[in-house]
Design a protein around this ligand. Structure first.
Ligand code: ATR
Length: 310
């Protein structure tokens, strides 16, 4: 049994399952993939509900996602998770795309069904569920600032907020152009009159904008989707003076558990949460796609806690 498998291991069942007690029938595909917590998350649930199914990590280079999915399907896999950098490429390699994945322009879950490859995205719905569980509020009722709106995670979260018709969406990115492109795609969601005129419901700002602190006045939820905070020495992605007691602050980073941003949120008297709930709920929703009706929430929660306990 290996920690990480490659596309060459998918040539036959005997090679893939060598030394293993049960057949691999689910996988997470990415590059690099060695750090992924998805196997811990799903294997615990599989052991509880679907004994005899193994979940593996699969390292797949860019350009080979279609071949990997083809081979998994031939080996009678149930499905797969797709992670960085393959969430876009996966859409090109399937037979059918669910509307959420289509809107978000990316897939994180594949289901093999009756000879067809179906693509879904549970990142967006997982985010909505995470915000509801953490703060007891609905995304649709909030004015939201997405920091890092040019990255893959930021685009998915922003697109979901737009689909939910949130009250206001402020897209912040270091490279303004990327946030502008995203805003152009999302603007049809903001055409209806709500709290403010259409022009003001969707706003784009560069991360170094001098007016950013004033802009944060006008939002309820601030979401960090940048990679700033992954290293313990990283600063906050936001300039100082932006956070206030009325803010809800969500950092999609979960390791380290407390980023500088979350520390500053605490000092400002704001409520905050890290990205563990997003990881949990996107995983739970994937599991429900593969095994409808099953709800391994507590099991998954426990396995994540164990995986992250030093
Ligand atoms: P992805 O593969 O999801 O695009 P990424 O390249 O790590 O991931 O970038 C994720 C986000 O973090 C982007 O919004 C990126 O900003 P740019 O679009 O300007 O590149 C943001 N980001 C990364 N490092 C940053 C930094 N040091 N300061 C501010 N934003 C940063």
């Amino acid at each position: 049994m290996k920690d990480v498998y490659t596309i060459d291991d998918l040539v036959s069942r005997s090679r893939l399952d060598e030394g293993a007690e049960s057949p691999a029938r689910l996988a997470v595909i990415g590059s690099p993939i060695a750090h992924s917590l998805s196997p811990q998350l799903h294997q615990a649930a599989l052991d509880q509900f679907q004994s005899g199914v193994r979940y593996i990590r699969l390292e797949v280079p860019p350009g080979k996602v279609a071949m990997a999915l083809e081979r998994l399907q031939r080996l009678e896999f149930i499905g797969a998770n797709i992670t960085v950098p393959h969430k876009f490429e996966a859409l090109e390699a399937v037979d059918e795309i669910d509307p959420a994945a289509s809107t978000l322009g990316a897939a994180n879950t594949i289901l093999f069904e009756e000879g067809r490859k179906l693509a879904f995205n549970t990142d967006g719905p997982g985010f909505v569920r995470a915000i509801r569980e953490e703060f007891l509020v609905d995304v649709k009722d909030l004015r939201i600032m997405v920091v890092g709106a040019g990255g893959g995670a930021g685009q998915a979260i922003a697109a979901q907020c737009a689909t939910e018709e949130c009250q206001r969406l402020v897209l912040v990115n270091r490279t303004l152009e990327k946030a502008r492109d995203l805003a152009a795609r999302l603007s049809p969601c903001f055409e209806s009159e709500r709290l403010e005129g259409p022009g003001q419901r969707l706003v784009v700002r560069p991360l170094d904008s001098p007016g950013l602190a004033a802009e944060t006045d006008q939002v309820d939820l601030i979401v960090n989707t940048t990679s700033v905070g992954l290293r313990r020495t990283d600063p906050s992605p936001l300039p100082s003076g932006c956070l206030q007691p009325h803010h809800l602050v969500y950092d999609t980073i979960y390791n380290p558990a407390q980023t500088r941003l979350l520390g500053e949120a605490f000092q400002a008297g704001a409520r905050s949460a890290n990205g563990l709930s997003l990881l949990l709920y996107q995983g739970l929703l994937s599991f429900e796609l593969w095994f409808p009706g099953q709800q391994p929430l507590e099991t998954m929660q426990l396995s994540l806690q164990q995986a992250l306990t030093p």
